[in-house]
Design a protein around this ligand. Sequence first.
Ligand SMILES: [Zn+2]
Ligand SMILES: [Zn+2]
Length: 210
Amino acid sequence: MTEDKGGNKRSDGNEPHQHQAGSTTHREEDQWKYRPPYRIHEPGDQFEVKWRGKCHCGAVQYELSREKPLASKYCHCTTCQRMHGWAAIFHKTDVNFTRGHHDLGWYDPTARSTTHHLPCKVQCAYCRTPVMDEGRNMILLFPTLIEGINTPAGRAAFQPQCHMFYPQRVVDIRDGLPKFKGLSDQSPLVDEETGEEIPGSGPKEEEEGK
Ligand SMILES: [Zn+2]
Ligand SMILES: [Zn+2]
């Protein structure tokens, strides 16, 4: 660093030019860009595209490398009623954003804040289409964005396996799928007509002493 006659500090080119637009930053809050699901895949990466999805305006686009989600579920809890109820679970490494992945908006429903704090809801920052829920380990993708979801192959691949938090539903769903009182496989089953618990149908919602 040198000073000119006016006393202004001038860089000799060895220090990072942090005041310049476009210079690299290493802020902790930017680290998400370099981790799945937001890390952009290189052309040589092993990534076989099985599905593509995009938001309503097309600013956010992604590819999926997995033929079928790990699970597909409808959630009737009051948060999902307001935000998005049908989710397909994928590994974070199964998704590759090809467009707009730096134009995403966050919503953390626990703190009701718009920061990228997991678990958080992820939207297109422009058209506000809900894209997914990003959990700590997995992503819960909203399948209605996927190209071909309304074809026989799309419906078969993303066929939901169950309903969760069914007693909180706003409409009855008579599709014969298992209906859980709370989280799937961690709560008792309920009747799809009445929403009443089926006695002896599953684990108690909360284990004592937990
Ligand atoms: Zn959009
Ligand atoms: Zn829910």
